[in-house]
Design a protein around this ligand. Structure first.
Ligand code: ZN
Length: 323
């Protein structure tokens, strides 16, 4: 089944073997972040963020990001993804310096164009600031986003530690991105409860929420999300792996969907959570007894909420329909 994915962190999707190989080439020792089987090793969200940042260590040049983009898209395409949006962090790509960012971006776009020609997978980028790096750094990232906004960099977002600062601290950056024509999303309602989602919607005026699953703790908010057509980028495997949800059966995606919220399915940082888009679809089918019709709805919702131009959207929708 073809799939549309809206929530994928490029570095977080790096296959461990790729990062290990790159570290070896660079003579960097990050062996401590891998377990005996060669997978990323961490315990809890705090350590996950540290291992995540350590895994980006060997990624030091635009050429590295070219290779990373190819590796990630090959993996996504192998699991049926036909359209993907990935979070890109100028913080990791040249330290939020605009000239450096443009070089990294050029390399990633080149890789994406080659992957599209080879496998048919379409990629668009969402420039993302990191919440725990603070509002000043976010302004530099927003400047990178605004200067490179166009038909490939189509969105702006915020990721990182949701418990650091408040959405309002980042309003300046989101205003700048909006004025540059970028579409907006924010991670919220993963580690913070319903209020974090309300704050992001009010203070950052985003149209999509990354995760948002803890909306389920406040049914009035759930109904508001449904009424206003706010799209949730739900990543069930990530939530289960990090302990946001006890297990698949306890995951609120089914209840959110039944109550009319526009939910979509993504992998977040797939190798960290031992998941893929096929795995997510399979687990959802078996947990909630969802049939092909439900997955077609989820895919269509994602395509309609994608931050791409209308011609690209029409192409993706057509591919979904004919599948
Ligand atoms: Zn995420």
């Amino acid at each position: 089944m073809p799939k549309v994915e809206l929530h994928l962190h490029l570095e977080g999707a790096a296959p461990p073997a790729f990062i290990r190989g790159l570290a070896k080439e660079r003579g960097i020792d990050i062996s401590g972040i891998f377990d005996a089987a060669g997978n990323y090793r961490y315990d809890g969200f705090g350590e996950f963020l540290k291992v995540y940042e350590a895994a980006t260590e060997p990624l030091r040049s635009p050429q590295d990001y070219y290779r990373l983009t190819r590796a990630v898209l090959a993996e996504s395409a192998a699991h049926g993804v036909i359209y993907s949006e990935t979070f890109l962090s100028p913080d990791f790509c040249g330290g939020a310096d605009l000239a450096a960012w443009k070089e990294y971006l050029h390399a990633m776009q080149e890789a994406a164009a080659e992957a599209e020609a080879a496998d048919g997978i379409i990629l668009r980028g969402i420039v993302t600031c990191i919440r725990h790096f603070g509002p000043d750094r976010a302004r530099a990232v927003a400047r990178c986003a605004a200067e490179t906004a166009g038909d490939w960099i189509t969105g702006f977002g915020i990721a990182g530690d949701e418990l650091a600062g408040k959405p309002a601290d980042f309003a300046w950056s989101f205003d700048m991105a909006r004025e540059a024509g970028l579409r907006l999303t924010a991670h919220a309602g993963e580690w913070q409860g319903p209020d974090g989602i309300r704050d992001a919607l009010r203070d950052l005026r985003v149209e999509r929420i990354g995760h948002g699953v803890r909306a389920i703790e406040d049914l009035a908010l759930v109904d508001e999300l449904a009424e206003n057509g706010v799209v949730l980028e739900v990543c069930p495997g990530s939530n289960v792996a990090l302990g946001v949800c006890r297990d698949w059966r306890a995951h609120p995606i089914g209840r959110l969907f039944d109550r009319g919220v526009k939910v979509t399915v993504s992998t977040d940082d797939p190798p960290f959570f031992h998941t893929t888009m096929s795995h997510e679809f399979d687990r959802l089918a078996e947990t909630f007894d969802w049939d092909a019709g439900v997955f077609a709805t989820l895919n269509r919702t994602a395509a309609e909420a994608a931050f791409c131009d209308e011609e690209t959207r029409a192409r993706v929708l057509k591919q979904l329909e004919t599948a």
